[in-house]
Design a binder for this molecule. Structure first.
Ligand code: ZN
Length: 296
């Protein structure tokens, strides 16, 4: 009897401990996800096989890098509006391919726009012409997106957004005219590479070390040579690609190199919209965000 009551006392104690522990663990998780107040959010929108990245900058301004295919415009605009913004202060088209600037003319026509940056290519696709037309109609001038340009800077906030490529334009392979952007905010650095391949990556003179990397060209092996990924050496890598896409993106070589670097890899085909947030020092990641509207 004595033993039995001792046993039940021990069991009760364990139960109590487990209950307390599970509370503690829950509290702990809650705390670790909210122990800092982020003031910069980078949303890698799930636009399938394409790119579109919406950024809430610590200055209160916004940036959109690329705009998916031509059927994503409405969803991108409502995503931005839902976050409480009515203007894209800096709009960047990395290069004139449909999976990057597909919805850009629509967005220019239907939303408030500040500065527009594009690489200075002589592409004459209808889509590109329409984008230039839309920008002109809004009485805006396209700014030359090339290495050396500072898009935004705020010394007090210790923040800057700079273009580090293209150093030179490649008309034959527009991927290699991609506008590459580096954002520095206090201790954290974000690198956006568009679809730049090996050839363009080799020309970059700026320091590309970054905490967060938008993996180049949807994870293609041509855009992710080991020498470059090693230079970046990110903690977090985000791949924007479509479910079962025709190109086999991301390529296994890219995934292997990233694994070697021991970084966290997120993919829009698996994780939906991925949001990386920071206070300039700590980083956090949310996955499972909204999937942008597909073709009707
Ligand atoms: Zn692309």
């Amino acid at each position: 009897m004595k033993h039995k009551s001792l046993l039940s006392a021990v069991l009760a104690a364990i139960m109590l401990l487990v209950t307390f522990c599970s509370c503690d663990i829950a509290d702990f998780f809650e705390e670790t996800t909210s122990d800092f107040t982020p003031d910069m959010y980078v949303h890698f929108l799930d636009v399938g096989q394409g790119d579109s990245i919406f950024i809430e900058l610590p200055t209160g301004k916004t940036m959109l890098i690329d705009a998916g295919e031509n059927y994503h415009g409405e969803a991108i605009i409502s995503y931005i509006s839902d976050r409480g913004y009515d203007k894209i202060d800096y709009l960047v088209g990395t290069h004139p391919h449909s999976d990057h600037i597909g919805s850009m003319a629509y967005i220019v026509r239907n939303f408030k726009i500040g500065s527009v940056y594009l690489p200075k290519v002589t592409s004459n696709t209808v889509m590109y012409e329409k984008l230039l037309e839309a920008v002109e109609k809004k009485n805006r001038k396209v700014k030359n997106g090339r290495a050396g340009i500072t898009i935004a800077k705020d010394e007090e906030k210790d923040f800057s957004a700079k273009i580090i490529a293209p150093v030179e334009i490649n008309e034959k392979n527009l991927n290699n005219s991609s506008v590459m952007i580096i954002i520095d905010y206090k201790e954290s650095t974000f690198l956006f590479t568009g679809d730049a391949e090996k050839e363009e990556l080799k020309t970059v003179k700026a320091d590309v070390t970054a905490d967060v990397l938008k993996v180049g060209h949807h994870g293609s092996r041509n855009a992710n040579p080991e020498f470059f990924l090693k230079k970046v050496s990110p903690q977090i890598a985000v791949i924007s690609c479509g479910v079962d896409n025709d190109y086999g993106h991301p390529h296994k070589e890219t995934l292997k190199y990233l694994e070697k670097l021991n970084c966290e890899v997120y993919r829009t085909d698996k994780d939906g919209t991925v949001t990386v947030y920071t206070d300039g020092e700590k980083l956090g990641v949310d996955t499972g965000g909204q999937v942008m509207e597909r073709a009707k």
